[in-house]
Design a protein around this ligand. Structure first.
Ligand SMILES: Cc1cc2nc3c(=O)[nH]c(=O)nc-3n(C[C@H](O)[C@H](O)[C@H](O)COP(=O)(O)OP(=O)(O)OC[C@H]3O[C@@H](n4cnc5c(N)ncnc54)[C@H](O)[C@@H]3O)c2cc1C
Length: 504
């Protein structure tokens, strides 16, 4: 057993949440270890829906294009009814990209490919998950968390300033903290399997007997893989044969077609649907994120997305506190993210009820673009205003021009670990440059030109307004020129202090 020097953050679990946090901390230069108890990467497709808000997060993390290239947009669905009739339709309401929302529709990417792209990005940043390494015990004091790790028969004790449990629905970290996980088992058991098969085309999502919990079965083609994702409810009790023969027999029974034959099964699972939310996301120096903090039925395609966005909310706050910002900033993680998970749980359960009736249609609410932290202690508006974009709202994209005439997207200006301050129609600037803050002025005499009024129409600023965008792409503050002292206080409180410029 060895005693190492304390690292900043120990991340327990290298699923989507742990990998997101690791990428974010790596690009901020925070020291961490990302441990994963499995010996190999997870190989299943399960969380395959990537929502538009998550695509924006992935753009910031530098992985959106490689993830999009490894999947596709959702195909249309083909419903086969018991009376032999067939109906084609869209699972989602169409959402075309617009300048303020560049990602209109969700992507369909198997989870193992999403996580693979994340590991690639992490490797570019000089890090990798430690597979075969489990957290088996931990304790904390005012300074550190002391954690015991097991790698095969080897054990190691390490110290970290913070521990984040991104260790999934059965979270060891949550249980060790004795944090309650109330909610309910939804009385639905289902199978999910990645299969190759013959007898079905790959251009649509084939859905048989929607609305019947006894006979429903669906086959979703997973682009770029050759697999279909097979899904269907199964009885609550009893063994399910998840072999190719077993799934072929189930398919024949539910579809009435003996020509649909499962050739191979690369991954399969039978699971009970739960809706549960952790009583607390933080105990001292230990945090919960992702499925460790909330489990959803898969009906809304929300779980992986909510998990990624938990980590994205926590990453910059941990980095800020590790560089000297008061600990209280970390309380805003639970304050902001727990209500979001509560409402996602409500949505996923509602969609499950729709699915039982064969009426599932996913609308704008699943795209996660309207998630906002309006009442958060980090949202400052001086004076209060009436507008679509308020302090706490997601900061929309807009296409502007640089003063030299070149195209300039707001999302390109936001990209990276910094904060962004946008001043609109300023007569005098008045905010000092400082480390970690990028300042741009838009309009009269500014360094950006709102040539098509996209900024003005989306953000609805008044002349002299400052709009401060957080590192995670939410509006932190909207402040008029006359209220600059309030902005200065905010900047100071989040660690953006004037004069904090590195000197040689
Ligand atoms: C059938 C199905 C379909 C789904 N469809 C969707 C969908 O369409 N869209 C969507 O957004 N979500 C979907 N989900 C949910 C999604 O898969 C999860 O929300 C997502 O995987 C959560 O990521 P996570 O990183 O929090 O946890 P996980 O992916 O569960 O990762 C946790 C990791 O922690 C590791 N670990 C656990 N304990 C320890 C320990 N003590 N030490 C070290 N490592 C440990 C585990 O091995 C695991 O790799 C679906 C889920 C299922 C089951």
């Amino acid at each position: 057993m060895t005693e190492d020097d304390a690292i900043d953050v120990l991340i327990c679990g290298a699923g989507a949440a742990g990998l997101t946090l690791a990428i974010d901390l790596a690009r901020r230069g925070v020291s961490f270890r990302l441990i994963e108890k499995m010996n190999d990467p997870f190989g299943g497709s399960r969380g395959k829906g990537i929502q538009p808000r998550t695509m924006e997060v992935f753009e910031d993390l530098g992985i959106v294009d490689r993830i999009a290239a490894s999947g596709a947009f959702y195909p249309r669905q083909r419903e086969y009814h018991g009376d032999g009739s067939v109906k084609d339709g869209a699972l989602f309401e169409a959402g075309d990209p617009i300048p303020s929302e560049p990602y209109g529709a969700p992507l369909l990417v198997p989870q193992f490919l999403t996580e693979g792209a994340m590991r690639e990005r992490l490797a570019e940043l000089g890090h990798a998950p430690e597979f075969g390494c489990a957290l088996i015990a931990f304790k904390q004091d005012g300074q550190d968390v002391t954690a015991r790790l097991a790698n095969g028969s080897e054990e190691q004790t390490i110290r970290a300033r913070y521990l984040v449990g991104t260790d999934g629905g059965r979270s060891f970290v949550r249980q060790a903290l004795a944090v309650g996980f109330p909610g309910k088992t939804l009385g639905v058991r289902a199978i999910v399997a990645d299969v190759t098969l013959t007898g079905l085309s790959r251009d649509v999502w084939h859905r048989f007997n929607e609305g019947s919990m006894e006979m429903q079965i669906s086959f979703c083609p997973l682009a770029e893989t050759g697999f279909f994702q097979l899904q269907g409810p199964v009885p609550l009790e009893g063994d399910i044969d998840l072999s190719a023969e077993g799934l072929s027999a189930l398919t024949a029974e539910r579809t009435g077609c003996t020509d649909i034959v499962i050739q191979s099964v690369s991954w399969a699972s039978a699971f009970n649907m739960n809706a549960r939310l952790a009583d607390s996301y933080r105990v001292g120096r230990v945090f919960l994120a992702g499925d460790a903090a909330h489990t959803h039925p898969p009906t809304g395609g929300q779980g992986l997305n909510t998990s990624v966005q938990d980590a994205y909310n926590l990453g910059w706050k941990l980095a800020a506190v590790l560089s000297g910002v008061p600990e209280a900033l970390l309380d805003s993680y639970e304050e902001e993210r727990r209500p979001i998970a509560a409402s996602m749980l409500g949505l996923a359960v509602r969609l499950l009820e729709d699915m039982k009736r064969g009426e599932i249609r996913r609308g704008r609410e699943v795209r996660q673009l309207d998630i906002a932290y309006l009442g958060s202690s980090l949202s400052l508006e001086e004076p209060k205003r009436q507008a679509r974009v308020l302090a706490g709202s997601r900061a929309p994209d807009a296409l502007l021009k640089g003063a030299a005439g070149q195209p300039a997207r707001l999302f390109d200006l936001f990209k990276g670990p910094h904060w962004t301050l946008l001043g609109f129609d300023m007569e005098t600037a008045g905010v000092q440059p400082r480390k970690g803050l990028h300042i741009h002025t838009i309009g009269q005499g500014g360094n950006l030109i709102d040539s098509e009024n996209q900024f003005r129409e989306t953000y609805e600023p008044a002349p002299g307004d400052w709009i401060l965008v957080r590192p995670d792409g939410y509006v932190g503050a909207v402040v008029s020129q006359g209220k600059l002292p309030a902005l200065e206080t905010y900047l100071h409180d989040v660690g953006l202090r004037a004069g904090a410029v590195a000197r040689r």
